[in-house]
Design a protein around this ligand. Sequence first.
Ligand code: HEC
Length: 200
Amino acid sequence: MSDNNNDNKTKLHLEEGEDKILLDHSYDGIQELDNPLPSWWKFTFYGGFAFAFFYFILFQIMGAPTLREEFKKEYAVIEELQEKFNKANGVFDEVKYLAILKDDGVKKGQVVFETNCIPCHKEKGIGDIGPNLTDEYWINSKGTPATNFPVVFNGVPEKGMPTWSASLSNEEIYQVVSYVQTLHNTHQPGGKAPQGNKVE
Ligand code: HEC
C-alpha cells in the first residue's frame, strides 16, 4: 500500500474522459470518480419538492379536506342511512333510547301511555285486554327496552296489540317503552294473571 497518489493514478484503468472526473484524494489507495447523479434519482428528488409544494398549496392554502375529514363525512352519511333504516324497521337503537331517557323520557312516556295504552293495559299497566306489564311474565319480549321496542313498534295485530308505528312517532315509542320499563316488576294490586314466560 502506498501513500503516494501519483503512484496510484498510474495504476488505474481509466476509461476515456474519466481522468477529468477523477477526484484528487485517495483513501487507502481507493479513489473516486465524480459521476453525475443518475437522472431517475434527480427526478425523484426534485419531484418530491413538486409533490410537497402541490399538497402544501392544496391542504394548507386551499383548505382541501383531509383524509380524516373525508372519512368523517362519508361515515356521517352511513350513520344517517342506518338511522333511517332503524327508524323504518323498528330496530332498537340503544344510544337513541338513552338520549330519550335523559330527555324526560319516562314522564313523556307516561303521557303517551295514558293517552293510548290504558284502554287495553289499564292504569299502571295492570292489564285487561292486553297482558299485565307489572309482572315478570312476558309473551313476546324479555321485558327489556330492546325487546319491548319492536313489540310496540310492530304490534301483534293478530292478538289485538296495535301497530304503534302507524300512529306514534319513533320518539313517542321510545318514551312509552321507557315508561313501560318503570312498571316492570312493580306487581300492582288487582293485576291480570301472568301470561307468557317468566323472565328473571
Ligand atoms: C287494543 C288493545 C291494546 C292497546 C291499545 C295496546 N295494547 Fe299492548 N298489547 C295488547 C295485547 C292483546 C297484547 C298481547 C299480544 C299477544 O298476546 O301476543 C299486548 C302486548 C303488549 C306488550 C308485550 C307484552 C308481552 O308480554 O309480550 C307490550 C310491551 C305492550 N303491549 C305495550 C303497549 C303500549 C306501550 C301501548 C300503548 C302505546 C299498548 N301496548 C297499547 C293490546 C293492546
